[in-house]
Structure formats: C-alpha cells, structure tokens
Design a protein around this ligand. Structure first.
Ligand code: AGP
Length: 609
C-alpha cells in the first residue's frame, strides 16, 4: 500500500522524486523518504509524516545526483516513525519496498546471528541486508538481487540502489505493481501511472518476478534465473492534467464533479442508439462463451463491492442469470463453487487490490473464465483476466472512490445489456429504450451537482452528529452502504448503511432525537414499505433527511431536510442517488477539518491482505 519511485537521468533527481511521490501519496502517507546518489555516496533523508514534511525537513538542501529512489509509507510492520521510514540501508545497499515479506522473522533471526544489526521494526529492512550480504560474499549487484528474491516469500515492489554501482537502479516486483517509464535519456520507476505521467507516456508494466536493471545503457529485464525477457512499452493515453486538482480544493471534489464526463467517456464508442446495439468486443470473451453462461460470481472490495451488489440487480433483471456477489477477503477462504458455465467477474478501480487479485487466482485454479471491470490500464487485474471492460474515469487520486464507482455502474449496465443482447434475452427496441436513458445520465448528474449548495447547507446543520443511519431498499440499498462508507472514511463519523426492511430487526433501537437517518426514497415496488420506515423514524423523534426522486407530499411533510434528485430508469437510479451522498460526506469532512484526500489510516490501493 506504499508508493515507490525511482529516477535515473540528467534531470533534477530530487525534484522529480518529490513530484512523483506527491502523486503517489494516496497510497500511504504516514512517513516518507528518499535516497539520492550525491558525490558518490547514497544520501538518505526520511521523516515521519507526509511528503510535505519531508520537503520541509530538506529545507532546500541540494542533493544533485542523477540517480535516486523514494517512498511514501502506509505502515504494516512497525509504527510510523523516522526509523521505520524507507529507504532502508544496509552497508552499501538502499531499498524502498511496497508489499509484505512474510518470512522476514526467520530471515531476520539468521541475519542477526550472522552479526547484522537492524535499525527498524520493518519487514523491508531484511531485503537491504540480504542483498548487501550477497554482494559482500562476491556476487554482482544483479546476482545478489536475484539470490535475495529467491529467499524472500511474500509480495514486493522494490527499487534498489548500491553504492558500488552509481549508474544503476534495480527494480523488481512480485504481487505488487511496478512500472518502468521510458523517457528521452532518462527512465523512471513507479508504483502507479500518475506518478510519472508528467514525464513520460511510455511505460513498461513489469510482471511478477521480473527484474529490471536501469542504467544509461537502457532497461534490461530478466527473470529470477537471469533469462532475458522482452516487454514492449505501452503508450498511456491518460491526460496528465487529469491528475491535477484543476482549481478544486480537493481531488475528491474534483472527481465528484468529473462524473458526468467520466460516464460519457465510459459509454463512448460502445453503443449505437439508433440501432439499439452494444459493441463490447474489447472484452475479449467470445460470443460462444457468453452464450453458454449460466451463472455469474462477482468479487470485489469496498466501494467496488457496492458496485458489484448493484450489478447483481442489473444483471439478474436484464439477463435472468443468477448472480452471486462476494467480498475479495472472504471468497477464496470458502472454496467457492464454480464450474465451466460460471463467469467470474472482478471489479476494482486500481486493479491492484490484493484480495481481488487473489479471487482472480482462485478462478484460474478452478479454470473459470474471468472478466474484470477496472479503471487502471494494464494493472495486474487487467492483465491477468480473460476479458476486460475499462472504466474510463481517468486517474482517481482521492482515497475515497467516487467517479470510479459511478463508471463501474455504467460498465455493469453496458455489460448486462451486451450479455442480454448476445443471449437473445432482450429485443433491439428494449435496448434502444434503456440506452436512451443511459445517455441522458450525465445531464442528470450535472443537475444534482448544481444543487451542491443545498447539500452543503444541510451538512452544516448535522456537522456535530456522532452517528448516522442510511436506509434504502432494493437496487438502491448498496447506495446506503456506500453513503455510510463515504461518511465514515473521510469525516470519521460513525455511519451504518442498512436495507430499510432490516430496520426493525435491530437498528431501530438506535433511533432517538440525536440520530439522523438518511433515507433514499423513490417510487418503486417497495416504496410503501419505505414510507412505513419513515413513519417509524419520526415516531421515535429521529431526524430525517430524505433524498428523493419524488414530490410526494406525505414524504416531504415528514422530512426535516430534503435533497431532490431527477428521475431516471430504476436500473440507473443508484448512479444518481450516490452523488448527493458523496457531496454530503465531502462537506461534512470539510466542516470537520479532516484530511479529505488522504484520510487517516487509509490507503488508496490495498495491495496487502
Ligand atoms: C472507497 O472509497 C475505498 N477507499 C475502498 O473501499 C476501495 O473501494 C477498495 O479498497 C477497493 O479498491 P479497488 O476498487 O481499487 O479494488
């Protein structure tokens, strides 16, 4: 969950490392550090805190080497502190690491017995010791890295420097993402695309157990046995401007406002409104495979799991195929039943979430076809799946997922229609009708965004509340979960999302005059029941905020506050309902003065279990 970077070239190494690290801060931000070759020595600067703190601690110091590595940390082993911050150095070797070394305790014991002295509590430090030890024993830098990698178990993305090789940077990965960027007379290493997008669009995506040796002679990639591997660079089309705040106070707010554009991009080129057809050939699953499907299992984590829950409603309604949804962290531990008629779908913004990737591996073990919905081009998930539908949200930097979520819903909608089309479950006229609604969606989203000041006003009223309950039913119930998650993660207010019908089975006990309840109300087959829930909340003096598509007098009379949203097709309603909930969480967090883009204890990509 940490971010690592590396640079080799004639540019200002320190500035490039700091700039790249800032773009990776969403991956972790409890401590940071850099190592730069300066006058033939590796100089390390690290501190507890954010990149900003590191910048301040450098106080304009000039380290003018042409080679360096950097790290922003999300603590797994050892509390956030300067000693535990990366880079870790042993002898002449400095290392930055993202991942977890599972056998570090055993390795550390052996190294301590051999007389090595450890300075941190981290698992990462053993890597520097191992490489240094093998170099001392006579191996070359590259051979030593290879030998060390054969000893360690777990996940890693590493950038490594050795004082004996002042023009070489070695990068290696296993189960943690790592990219090599190729510029003109310079090259880069980074955990993620946005970190180096400002400098180059040509990127090589390293595979597990690739070792990349970067030097002025170019980039050489080998496997752990030293066998040469050819990996072609890919040109990344993302606009670097998308990774900037563009005048917004926070990335999260910018990304909330980008949703109409992101949805439009995700639809573009994939539908014909006139013909009532969908073109999703890029998913790379044959019509034969899709026709034979009898069951779908969707696996994801966090917000992506909420999208999966909505996907179940859409797929079952349009395709009449049974859909099961599971959490990545649970899936592989229950020996899931899947056979050749099952499609395993994985949903992930980053494509690097450890539990979702583990689900993909579980699917491969059981030989089922996989289809991913993913935002990050060429991420581990995208590369490992049989088929892929890219959401075209662009880089999402705010830790709280917003535009990735709505575009996941669009991808699910498009895939459901496509599958229904392939399986002959829907007529062209039916597709036309549903697509007509889909293309109107960005405009409806704009309408909701235009009402932001009202949501801000409501947030001011409730800013001191300690708990929140979110209720909804049917396809919108996962939006109650998502609204509660957004509020929790960025404002640190305790919030629970519930399917409204469950209220009587427990949460009703919480309701009193201090408990605001956010109810999502729309006229569907469960609306009478939700009206009942509204009455029950009021009867217990609960404060009621109603988000609604309706002008229903009865509801409006009961509500303490109302957020009106436009009507759309019921299958698309979640994509509209979620926007006021994102804005509400945002304003609550602003009012409470929390760190919105980098909330405490969280990281954007959860690349460890
Ligand atoms: C959402 O706001 C989160 N920060 C988190 O739940 C996230 O959705 C989850 O970690 C899954 O990430 P992914 O989509 O990159 O796999």
């Amino acid at each position: 969950m940490c971010g690592i970077v590396g640079y080799l070239g004639k540019g200002n190494t320190l500035d490039i490392l700091m700039e790249s690290l800032k773009r990776l801060e969403y991956r972790g931000y409890d401590s940071a550090g850099i190592a730069v070759f300066h006058k033939g020595r590796i100089e390390i600067r690290r501190c507890q805190g954010k990149i900003w703190d590191l910048e301040c601690s450098l106080k304009g110091e000039r380290l003018d080497g042409h080679l360096g590595i950097g790290h922003t940390r999300w603590a797994t082993h050892g509390r956030p502190s300067e000693e535990n911050a990366h880079p870790h150095k042993s002898g002449k070797v400095a290392v930055v690491h993202n991942g977890i070394i599972e056998n570090y305790v055993t390795l550390k014991e052996v190294l301590i017995k051999e007389g090595r002295h450890f300075r941190s509590e981290t698992d990462s430090e053993i890597i520097a010791h191992l490489i240094d030890k093998f170099i001392e024993e006579g191996l070359s830098f590259e051979e030593a890295v290879r030998k060390a990698m054969k000893k360690v178990k777990g996940s890693y993305a590493l950038a490594i420097l050795y004082e004996g090789a002042p023009d070489t940077l070695i990068a290696v990965r296993k189960e943690s993402p790592l990219i090599v960027g190729i510029g003109k007379d310079e090259c880069f290493v980074a955990s993620d695309i946005p970190a180096i997008l400002k400098y180059t669009r040509n990127m090589i995506f390293l595979e597990d157990e690739d070792i990349a040796v970067l030097s002025p002679r170019g980039v050489k990639i080998t496997d752990l046995e030293g066998k040469k591997i050819t990996r072609q660079p890919k040109e990344i089309q993302w606009d670097p401007v998308l990774a900037e705040k563009g005048g917004y106070k926070h990335f999260m707010l910018k990304e909330i406002h980008e949703q109409p554009r992101a949805v439009t991009d995700t639809i573009r080129g994939r539908i014909s409104l006139n013909k009532g057809e969908l073109f999703l050939e890029d998913i790379q699953l044959s019509a034969k495979t899709l026709k034979a499907l009898k069951r779908i299992v969707i696996v994801a984590c966090g917000t992506s799991w909420h999208a999966a829950l909505i996907g179940k409603f859409i797929l079952e309604e349009l395709c009449r195929i049974p859909v099961e949804v599971d959490l990545g962290s649970e899936f592989r531990y229950r020996d899931p039943i899947m056979n050749k008629d099952t499609l395993l779908m994985l949903i992930s913004q980053s494509g690097e979430t450890a539990d979702t990737l583990a689900a993909l591996r579980e699917g491969k073990k059981k030989q089922v076809k996989s289809l991913s919905i993913c935002n990050v081009v060429d991420s581990s998930l995208a590369r490992g799946s049989d088929g892929i539908i890219y959401t075209r949200a662009g880089p999402e930097i705010g830790v709280a997922s917003t535009k990735a979520f709505t575009t996941q819903l669009i991808a699910l909608y498009l895939f459901s229609l496509y599958l229904a089309q392939v399986q002959g479950k829907i007529k062209k006229e039916g597709i036309k009708e549903l697509l007509k609604e889909l293309v109107k969606l960005p405009r409806l989203m704009e309408e909701v965004l235009a009402g932001d000041h009202e949501i801000e006003r409501i947030a001011k009223k409730y800013v001191n509340c300690r708990d929140f309950l979110y209720l909804a039913r049917s396809i919108n119930y996962p939006i109650a979960l998502e609204g509660a998650l957004k509020l929790k993660e960025i404002s640190y207010i305790h919030a629970e999302g519930y399917p409204a019908g469950e209220m009587k089975h427990g949460p009703i006990a919480l309701i009193d005059e201090d408990m605001p309840v956010m109810v999502l109300f729309t006229r569907d087959k469960t609306c009478e029941k939700v009206l009942g829930n509204i009455e029950e909340v009021k009867a217990r003096s609960g404060k009621l905020i109603v988000v609604t598509t309706e002008k229903d007098k009865e509801v409006l009379r009961k509500a303490d506050d109302i957020i009106s949203i436009p009507k759309t097709n019921p299958l698309l309603t979640p994509a509209v309902f979620v926007i006021p909930l994102q804005l509400f969480a945002y304003h609550m967090a602003v009012l409470r003065g929390t760190d919105i883009d980098q909330p405490r204890n969280l990281a954007k990509s959860v690349t460890v279990e």
